[in-house]
Design a protein around this ligand. Structure first.
Ligand code: FE
Ligand code: FE
Ligand code: FE
Length: 177
């Protein structure tokens, strides 16, 4: 049995999030390029730098466990990022696209928050103090990112709504109303 112990599950979940973080590293630059808001772009770029450190922390954890740093494909992250990249292909008003990118990014952050929360708990009860510390640091960063995105959204969502209204009015005029 490959999952005979909680320790096995811990390693499997570390491999999952390691793969997820690597997928995120590839996806963030595409998102940053696509958005209109400078503030949003800066937040995405900043999170790319933070994510590089998070990958290093996971590599430290593999060392602590005495295992090679090897990911196990995270199908959930693949799906979340696929939804995000599909949005970029849509013919969207700039602020509406930004609102959509934020929505997609927050889904990613929430997956990470759930994962790191579980992993920190596993590390604690398995007695991996240093790993617990590292996982807790990353958990805090993901939460901060989620909050930053919420804050940026509070402005962009309104811009998106107004942009939509302008479109509506222009559309009505074209229809002769
Ligand atoms: Fe992350
Ligand atoms: Fe996963
Ligand atoms: Fe993140």
């Amino acid at each position: 049995m490959s999952l005979g112990t909680l320790e096995d599950l811990f390693l499997q979940e570390i491999k999952d999030i390691y793969d997820a973080e690597k997928q995120i590293l590839k996806a963030l630059p595409k998102m940053a390029k696509a958005v209109e808001s400078e503030q949003l772009r800066a937040a995405i770029e900043e999170h790319h730098t933070v994510t590089e450190k998070q990958v290093e922390r996971l590599e430290e954890i593999f060392q602590i466990l005495g295992k090679p740093a090897r990911g196990k494909k995270c199908a959930a992250m693949e799906g979340l990022l696929k939804e995000g990249s599909d949005i970029l292909k849509e013919d969207a008003e700039p602020a509406v696209l930004d609102a959509a990118v934020i929505a997609a990014a927050q889904k990613v952050e929430h997956y990470e928050i759930a994962s790191y929360g579980t992993l920190a708990t596993f590390a604690e009860i398995l007695g991996y103090e240093d790993a617990k510390e590292l996982l807790g640091q990353t958990l805090e960063e993901e939460k901060e990112t989620d909050e930053t995105l919420t804050q940026i959204a509070s402005q962009i969502n309104y811009e998106a709504m107004e942009e939509g209204e302008e479109e509506e009015i222009a559309g009505s005029r074209r229809r002769g109303r």
